[in-house]
Design a protein around this ligand. Structure first.
Ligand code: HEM
Length: 342
C-alpha cells in the first residue's frame, strides 16, 4: 500500500510488543481521537453559543433544540469530554503499572500529567459555560477555593474570574479560558507529548536483548489497528450521544435560584466530599495539590524500575509506585461514591 499522511506519522516498522492492545489499552490514542472530536464539535458550537450572561443558557437551548443536529453535536462534545477524563486516567494508571514513566520517559510523563490537568480544567470551564441554574454553586465554591490560598489567592481568583461575584461576571473570562487560554496549551503540549513518545524510542518495552517477543509490525498494520479502535470508540460515542443527552437546566437569569443543584461536576465530587470535613484550604486545595505533587514526583524520587521491567505489567521493581497510585485512585473513587450516600 502507498503510505498516506497517517502512515508517515509512524516509523516504517515497530516492535510488535509496543502495539499490543493489552499493553497500551489504546488509551493514549483514544485520548487523541477524543480531543480531535472535541475540537471539531467545539468549533461548531461556537457558531451559535453567545458568551454573555443574559443569553448564554438560551443559546445552549437553541443549539440543543433548534439548530439542525445541534443537540447531537453538543452531546458529542459533552460525552467526548467525559470520556477523555476517564481514558486519560486509565492511560495514567497503565503508564504507572507498566513502569513506562521511567527514564528516558520521565519528562514525557510530566507533559502527560500537564495534559490531564488541562483536560480537567477544560471540562470544568466547559461545564460552567452552560450558565444555567445548576452551575452557580460549583462555580462559587470552586473559585472561592482559589481565594483561600495564602498571599496569591486573590490574584489567582482575579486571573480566573476577573473579580466581582463569580456567578454574575465570570462568563466571558471563563469562555476565553476555555476557548484559548486552556485549549491552546492543550494542543501545544499534546503535540509535544506525541513527539516525545517517538523521540523516547516509542512505547516502553524491555530492551531488545531482554525481550522475549522479537516480532516487528509494519506501519500499515499499526494504522489498521488504530483505525479499528477509533471505529469502535466512534460507535460508542455516537450511541451515547444519540440516546443520552448532555445535562441542561433552566437559564440562570438575574440572581441564582435557591432550588439549584449544590453538587460539583462528577470529577470534583471527591473534593466536594472532603470539603464537608473542614478547612477549605486544607481539603479543597492542599490535599488535591499534594496528590498532584506525589504523582509528578513518581519518576524522580521513587525507586527506579529495572530495565527488564520497563513496559511489563505490574513488575516487582516499581511496586511502591503501583501501591501509591492504587491508593490514590481508590480514595478518589470512594470519596466520589460517598457523595451519593444521603
Ligand atoms: C490527557 C491526554 C493525553 C493524551 C492525548 C496522551 C497521548 C498519548 C499517546 C498517543 C501515547 C502513545 C500511545 C499510548 O501509550 O497509549 C502516550 C504515551 C505516554 N503518555 Fe500520554 N497522553 C495523555 C495523558 C497522559 C498522562 C496523564 C500521563 C501520565 C501522567 C501520560 C504519560 C505518558 C507516557 C509516559 C507515555 C509513554 C508510554 C510508554 O512509552 O509506554 N500521558 N500518551
Amino acid at each position: 500500500m502507498r503510505p498516506s499522511f497517517f502512515h508517515h506519522l509512524h516509523p516504517p516498522t515497530i516492535p510488535a510488543a509496543q502495539a499490543r492492545w493489552r499493553h497500551t489499552l489504546s488509551a493514549g490514542g483514544t485520548a487523541v481521537f477524543l480531543m480531535l472530536i472535541l475540537g471539531v464539535t467545539g468549533v461548531l458550537e461556537m457558531f451559535y453559543y453567545i458568551p454573555n450572561p443574559e443569553e448564554a443558557a438560551l443559546s445552549v437551548q437553541t443549539i440543543t433544540y433548534h439548530v439542525p443536529f445541534g443537540g447531537f453535536i453538543r452531546n458529542l462534545h459533552y460525552w467526548s469530554a467525559q470520556l477523555l477524563l476517564i481514558v486519560s486516567a486509565i492511560h495514567l494508571l497503565r503508564v504507572v503499572f507498566t513502569a513506562a514513566y521511567a527514564s528516558p520517559r520521565r519528562f514525557n510523563y510530566l507533559l502527560g500529567l500537564g495534559l490531564f490537568i488541562l483536560a480537567i480544567m477544560l471540562d470544568f470551564t466547559g461545564y460552567i459555560l452552560r450558565w444555567d441554574v445548576d452551575i452557580c454553586w460549583p462555580l462559587t465554591t470552586g473559585t472561592n477555593l482559589l481565594k483561600t490560598i495564602p498571599f496569591i489567592g486573590n490574584f489567582f481568583f482575579r486571573i480566573a474570574v476577573g473579580g466581582g461575584e463569580a456567578c454574575e461576571t465570570a462568563l466571558l473570562r471563563l469562555y476565553t479560558w476555555h476557548i484559548f487560554g486552556l485549549t491552546i496549551p492543550l494542543v501545544i503540549i499534546g503535540i509535544w507529548h506525541a513527539f516525545r513518545v517517538r523521540r523516547d524510542g516509542g512505547i516502553a518495552v524491555p530492551p531488545p536483548a531482554l525481550r522475549s517477543d522479537k516480532a516487528r509490525l509494519p506501519r500499515n498494520e499499526l494504522v489498521r489497528r488504530e483505525v479499528l479502535m477509533l471505529f469502535i470508540v466512534g460507535i460508542l460515542l455516537i450511541l451515547l450521544s444519540t440516546f443520552v443527552p448532555a445535562p441542561i437546566a433552566p437559564a440562570m437569569i438575574g440572581k441564582p435560584s435557591p432550588d439549584a443543584e449544590t453538587r460539583a461536576p462528577w470529577f470534583f465530587l471527591w473534593v466536594q466530599q472532603m470539603l464537608k470535613w473542614g478547612d477549605p484550604f486544607i481539603f479543597g486545595v492542599l490535599i488535591p495539590f499534594g496528590i498532584l505533587v506525589i504523582l509528578a514526583l513518581i519518576p524522580y524520587i521513587f525507586p527506579k524500575p529495572a530495565d527488564s521491567d520497563i513496559g511489563t505489567w505490574f513488575p516487582k521493581s516499581n511496586r511502591l509506585a503501583q501501591i501509591v497510585v492504587s491508593i490514590i485512585a481508590l480514595i478518589v473513587i470512594m470519596l466520589t461514591l460517598m457523595t451519593f450516600i444521603p
